[in-house]
Write a protein that binds this ligand. Structure first.
Ligand code: HEC
Ligand code: HEC
Length: 207
């Protein structure tokens, strides 16, 4: 009888513990938990989930809406076939153009209405010459490694990378101006896969 009582107490204590943990989980603040790992060591390492998510992220990164601003050379790309930008404006040191040929001469703060007109943003430009952030021609393996390398990604840590899912240029990919295709995932899907990739250890695919 005494041992039955003891077991019963143990069972009750166990359920209490489970409920407290579950409550803590449901009460965790939404916005914060979306991006921020308070302690980087709590990242769950799951190489399979991570790689699978990156394969989807990669399709977006390599879509014309992203790759056109992440070229291998110093001239941006245009169109669905990512051809070299007409009139060949150059990157320049800060990515904003060279000499008088500045990106914002033509790219306004908003998309210019009409077909074959320049898309716009508050400060349309390429990554700078000393940090080119090249996507064009990179394999999924190479690009995953590069994105996680602070010496190549603009000195971003994992939390900054997570927030980059909502960067103005990234969002511009889903508001590309008339006649341009959208990336292969919705922005919400892209963000989910991006965070899944990072939250599971940011593994690079084998190739
Ligand atoms: C002389 C005007 C002009 C200048 C200067 C210029 N652009 Fe453009 N840009 C355009 C036009 C017009 C288009 C649209 C072409 C089309 O759709 O056929 C365009 C399109 C683009 C696209 C394609 C967008 C997409 O989603 O496919 C990118 C990327 C781009 N420009 C980047 C730049 C960058 C970066 C600079 C500065 C280094 C720059 N441009 C300077 C006129 C210009
Ligand atoms: C107008 C040009 C432009 C477009 C379009 C653009 N980017 Fe970028 N991207 C940049 C610049 C410039 C930086 C460097 C950071 C900065 O100055 O904002 C950057 C940085 C990045 C970075 C972080 C640095 C790295 O490479 O590790 C990621 C990730 C990224 N872009 C993803 C995307 C994705 C995804 C899209 C398409 C949905 C996209 N970009 C479209 C210009 C662009």
């Amino acid at each position: 009888m005494a041992s039955f009582q003891k077991n019963k107490t143990a069972v009750i204590l166990f359920f209490l513990l489970v409920s407290v943990v579950a409550l803590g989980w449901t009460l965790k603040p939404e916005n914060e938990s979306e991006y921020i790992n308070i302690n980087p060591t709590v990242i769950i390492k799951d190489s399979i989930a991570s790689v699978k998510a990156f394969q989807k992220v990669y399709k977006v990164l390599m879509s014309p809406r992203c790759v056109n601003c992440h070229p291998i050379g110093d001239v941006p790309l245009q169109g669905e076939d990512s051809h070299l930008h007409v009139m060949a404006p150059k990157r320049g040191i800060d990515g904003r153009g060279l000499y008088a040929m500045k990106c914002t001469n033509c790219h306004q703060t908003k998309n210019t209405p009409g077909l074959h007109t320049p898309p716009g943003n508050s400060d349309w430009h390429l990554p700078p010459a000393d940090m080119k952030m090249v996507f064009e021609g990179r394999t999924a393996h190479q690009l995953a490694k590069q994105l996680m390398d602070p010496s190549k990604n603009g000195h971003m840590d994992i939390n900054k990378l997570k927030k980059h899912a909502d960067d103005a240029f990234v969002l511009a990919g889903w508001n590309p101006g008339e006649g341009r295709s959208l990336p292969p995932l919705t922005h919400a899907e892209f963000k989910k896969e991006w965070l899944t990739w990072l939250n599971n250890g940011a593994y690079a695919p084998a190739k």
